[in-house]
Design a protein around this ligand. Sequence first.
Ligand code: CAA
Length: 423
Amino acid sequence: MNEATAALGIEAISVYVPRHYLDLRDLAEVNGVDPRKYNDGLGCLRMAIPSPYEDPVTMGWEAAAALLENYRVDREGIGLLAVGTESGVDAAKPVAAYLHGLLDLSRSCRTFDTKHACYSATAALRHALGWCSLPANRGRQALVVATDIARYPVGSPGEPTQGAGAVAMLVSDRPHCLQLEPYPEAVYAEQVMDFWRPNYSAEAMVDGRVSVDSYLRALEYTWRQYAGNSGLGLDDYDHLLFHAPFAKMVHKAYRRVCQLQAGAGTEPGAAQFERHCLPAVWACQELGNLYSGSLYVLLAALLERLQERASGARLGLFSYGSGCCAEFFSARVGPRAVHWRGKIGLEAGLLRRQRLDYQTYLDFRAAATAFNRDGSYWQAVAGWGNGQPVSFLGIRSHQRVYATATRQPAQALEYSARARVVK
Ligand code: CAA
């Protein structure tokens, strides 16, 4: 084991939970579906809905700003900002560039986005770990942000698995939250059309069955590879975190690894699933799919729910990005919950949020589409001060306009009195 890589990982983690949600029983009623299909068949209870004044930039800012504040991070120490997202707001300009400005990070900072569907944050995390391991960067920190809005067409099979949110992670050689184990990589790639979003579409396209099969194929491959590389088996893990597009997918994934371990006919018992997966999977039931943040919100959920009981636990983590690229890796939770207790923000965010009715959910979607067109700034600006510390105010001359509570664009205030909200 290489000492240089042994002490690297996640120093701090913070989650942004959107302020609104839709109860899936309400969606089932409108879609004419038995609610048990959504709640039990897919394992989804509620899905996070961003307001029209939110986008992946504002959500990423919320997670990252909370992290910087709650963990008292010195901005000057951050030399890399990598954003994993598949709902980026511009084909050329990265979300990282907007975040760098809104967060007031140092000029001496490398900024970029990574893209490979839901694998993108893992790609960013891997890059950050490599960067931190360089002797020249010792003692410096990297900020990795996963931020996405999962949106499928209204009435489609994917709709009940939607979600939104962001996770920010500080990566360094002080891995208080999670220290990665330095076994050889277990990765898988295959060109597959299971889930994609053409540049002209705000909604993802998916071949559901193909995507589930592809996910399980990648899991099987990487699980076998990692077991061979590390010698670790199912019983060596205290908990398993699987990319969670919907909670039932975690059951399918767990069943598959149990079968790989103990034979094709194996059915995991409820108690076994409860021990290995339940402390984390509840977050997916509450938020829906966070795409790039999906795996890491499970990590946050586990730390928040177990607190001291998570200390020292060995985790197995499976990251899957459609298209596809996947990876299985293992890590140890840090020894002292004092480092993350009260600082993650997941349960606090869930307590604060409000339930939307179905019509308002549709209105939010329509407004988000309208605000993402050039010239929307005049309409969107009326929402300024919507209770958010940072807002997306629409597009003016093909440029996105953002404002934080401390940095309000003069125009936003000037025009707000006569602007009109578009629904
Ligand atoms: N009561 C209880 N359960 C019911 C039920 C009822 N009345 N009616 C149906 N069910 C069960 C079904 O038996 C099924 O369970 P199993 O999977 O255990 O067989 C489950 O509910 C779902 O039913 P369907 O298979 O009929 O559902 P569907 O075809 O309408 O949609 C889906 C399922 C294809 C996953 C769809 O939600 C989808 O397209 N989702 C988006 C794609 C996705 O998430 N893919 C996952 C892998 S890809 C990935 O991970 C990347 C990513 O983030 C997108």
